[in-house]
Design a protein around this ligand. Structure first.
Ligand code: LLP
Length: 426
């Protein structure tokens, strides 16, 4: 469930009309619903608890939507943070998320990032390879600390909505094999600068079938039992993120309750704490991107281009993953209510053919100046935006009931240009 519904002034986020935000903040703009973020987090955590998971650490995947205000909303409900860079750790800390709820993941953590995480005292560093383990041990020795590490295992299971977001096969760059994990875990246990606390996996994103997850989690259970059987200390099993959301053209994903029931079954009786790293399922349907139609360009041979003021730099998912986003008119025009429909290619102003949000989309008739909302854009939307074509980074707004606030400003051209430095020898 989300809080984007049509009201008297058209599509609204909670109690605020999107048309009002567009008029006051300008377009394109991302708009998030606080109530939806809170609901999604609470539903996810409560489902786990109801399925018998004791005190789960729900470490929200910061990469999905990393705005500090969004992190604070979730952190205040008890969320932890799954982070993949020093920048993301800093964002989580800025949002008031305590270090003991921060997990630091990622394939290529730099020495200075590891040092930062160790000084911060994060809950665990998820190790992705043997060279990385060695580097962490070295940095921990330099700092005179004991690094809490968990091993990210690649369970060699295929899952995920698109090849570019599947991570769990052994040909992908992520994690170590089960055999390596067992060997490295034992080695790390004998290193004064390392404290192995658990094992982790994450097999992909936008997963709409629980079968591969069940397979991966069962294998992870086997690993935990093996390590415990060897007399090693295992405190935590981190099962990653990946649960899909409805994008309207996708298979209906399993609900958090279905997911939690599966987790409860697979991990029953296992004497370790569980952690999760959900991103999309918390944020995607809590946000929309609002854009204004600049032109309707009808080609003589029949194709109609809806040229809008948002582009691939603002929402890259369609260009990058052929992702589907439902597009809704913010205000339904009277003629559209009579059932008139038009087929559009929806495109942005960037000078690339890839700057096409969708082809042959059936929409109500639209005209220059109309607003459209891209649904399910709260995850991997703004977080992946860039200033390509020197387009100002798209701003973000958070709605709470009948009030809203800009939570990231659109930069001015002066601010953008001031970042470039021209040496005096040019
Ligand atoms: N944990 C790890 C280690 C991850 O790599 C990811 C996502 C997550 C958790 C969160 O996964 P989620 O629950 O959001 O599926 N940009 C792509 C998605 C890339 C996901 C990368 N890793 C997209 O727009 O679809």
């Amino acid at each position: 469930m989300n809080h984007f519904e049509y009201g008297p002034e058209g599509l609204a986020c909670e109690g605020v009309a999107l048309a009002r935000i567009a008029a006051e903040v300008g377009t394109p703009v991302y708009v998030y619903s606080r109530a939806t973020l809170e609901r999604h987090f609470t539903v996810f955590r409560d489902a786990l608890v109801a399925a018998g998971v004791v005190d789960p650490l729900v470490a929200y995947a910061v990469k999905a939507n990393s705005n500090v205000a969004v992190l604070k909303v979730l952190g205040d409900l008890g969320a932890g943070a799954d982070t993949v860079s020093e920048g993301e750790v800093r964002r989580a800390l800025a949002a008031g998320i305590p270090p003991e709820r921060i997990v630091f993941s990622g394939v290529g953590k730099a020495r200075r990032e590891i040092a930062f995480a160790l000084k911060t005292g994060v809950a665990e560093i998820n190790v992705e390879s043997e060279p990385e383990l060695n580097l962490i041990a070295e940095v921990a020795a330099e700092l005179g600390v004991r690094a809490k590490v968990a091993f990210r295992v690649n369970p060699d299971v295929a899952a995920g909505g698109h090849a570019k977001i599947a991570t769990g096969k052994s040909e992908n760059k992520f994690g170590v094999s089960f055999a390596e994990a067992a060997r490295l875990y034992a080695n790390a246990s004998n290193n004064a600068n390392l404290e192995p606390v658990g094992v982790a996996c994450h097999i992909g994103s936008q997963i709409t079938d629980l079968t591969p997850m069940r397979e991966a989690f069962s294998k992870m259970r086997g690993l935990v039992e093996q390590l415990l059987g060897e007399g090693l200390s295992v405190q935590r099993l981190d099962l990653g993120g990946g649960l899909g959301v409805p994008y309207f053209n996708h298979p209906e994903p399993p609900s958090p309750a279905d997911f939690a029931a599966m987790v409860g079954e697979v991990t029953k009786g296992l004497p370790v704490k569980l952690a999760f790293e959900p991103g999309r399922v918390i944020a995607a349907n809590a946000g929309v991107m609002v854009s204004e139609v600049i032109h309707v360009h009808a080609r003589p041979e029949g194709r109609k281009f809806l040229v809008i003021d948002a582009a691939m730099n603002d929402l890259v998912r369609p260009a990058m993953y052929d992702a589907f986003h439902d597009i809704r008119p913010v205000v339904k025009r009277p003629e559209s209510q009579k059932g008139g429909e038009t087929v559009y290619d929806v495109v942005g102003p960037v000078c690339e053919t890839g700057d096409t949000f969708t082809r042959d989309r059936v929409l109500p008739p639209l005209a220059a100046g109309d607003l459209v909302a891209f649904m399910s854009a709260g995850a991997y939307g703004s977080a992946m935006a860039s200033e390509y074509n020197t387009r100002p980074l798209v701003p973000e707004v958070l709605v709470d009931g009948d009030r809203y606030a800009v939570i990231r400003k659109r930069p001015t051209y002066e601010e953008m240009l001031a970042r470039d430095l021209v040496p005096d020898w040019v």
